[in-house]
Design a protein around this ligand. Sequence first.
Ligand SMILES: [Zn+2]
Length: 410
Amino acid sequence: MALKIKFRALLTMCGDPVENGELIVDAGNVAEISTPSENDAATLDLSDCLLMPGFVNAHCHLGLTALEKKLSPAQSFADWIRALISINSSLGDESRVRGIRAGAEEMKRSGVTALGDYVAEPDLLPVIDELGFRSVLFLETIGFQSEKALELCKNIEEILKRDSLSPLGRLGLAPHAPYSVSPDLFRSLGQLAHQYDCPLSCHVAEIPEELGFLQKSDNSLEELLRERSAWDLEWKPPGKSPIEYLNSLNILERLIAIHCNLITADLDVVKLKKVSTVFCPKSTHWFGRTDFMPVRTLLDRGIRVALGTDSLASNDSLNFLQELRMAEKLLPDVSRKEILTMATLGGAEVLGLPCGKVACGQKADLIGFRIPPSYSGSWLDVPFEPHRHKVDFYMVDGSPSTLLTSDPSN
Ligand SMILES: [Zn+2]
């Protein structure tokens, strides 16, 4: 049944704001945006709200949410991974699932309607799929020994063949990083992504140690692999940057590259190969990084940038409104409009999801912020207001949720 939603203002993210109008949602889609009409659909009165597309959290690891506040930035990246592996392996299934559900609630409260999640354990796919986000669930794969590539790929292909996700969910592939995936595994996963037409993502150029690993000038990640019996004696450092290396393996085309803190020298090939990127503001801040993704330059070059929370192993919250404010703090030369675009349309385009803007025929994934009657500022400023920790209206695929509150100060 069609639903009419009256609004005070609407940020479409693909045109000018619309004021004092209404939109009709029908069969999960936005069917009409107009000034008040005689349409007799059931009416939801949000005439005190700013509506906009729901946020797209383009990079997360919900399976690590139970690590909340258990880790702190370590002396080295390898030490942080050591601590992560140790605490993560001691987690029971129950606390992991509890963490996933709590993390999802926090994201929803803060307006996330669509999600790109790295899923390291295939058993968790149904748990994450049923949370109700529009999503790409990336099968995260680690394996530095070439001899294991074939078997790992077979297992991944079984999951792709079975694909039992809900209509809102889609599978993707995520070789973890250049220092944790063998060249053979990268190539095979790239071929599978092509064969099954699914998005491919990877953590890329996150840390100087990764560049040193590929150029044999830093052995901290090699030591980590050796002590975990995961080292490959046949490995020959390619002497390339992470982006050049992935290009040589034929998997750079349309890759969704996470972090990209150290890619300034590779921007031509990033642009040429239509790589999209995901910036994780609070994770970047948590690690205290001073060299991080050159977002202004990427936007100027027409390279897609989305926003992500990353996991609670390197962030203290999955609240997406906090990510917007941290993005503004870290990127003084990027406007609020651009940050909101990265958080909505940019994320949708990066993940290939039919959301991120409010337009006729588009999926009805909407959020709303209650506005005091006296409000006279820019609509673009509302999500950045420091007192806002949650949204007042939430809808995925045309189904409103019961997040509406009666307290306009929230
Ligand atoms: Zn990550």
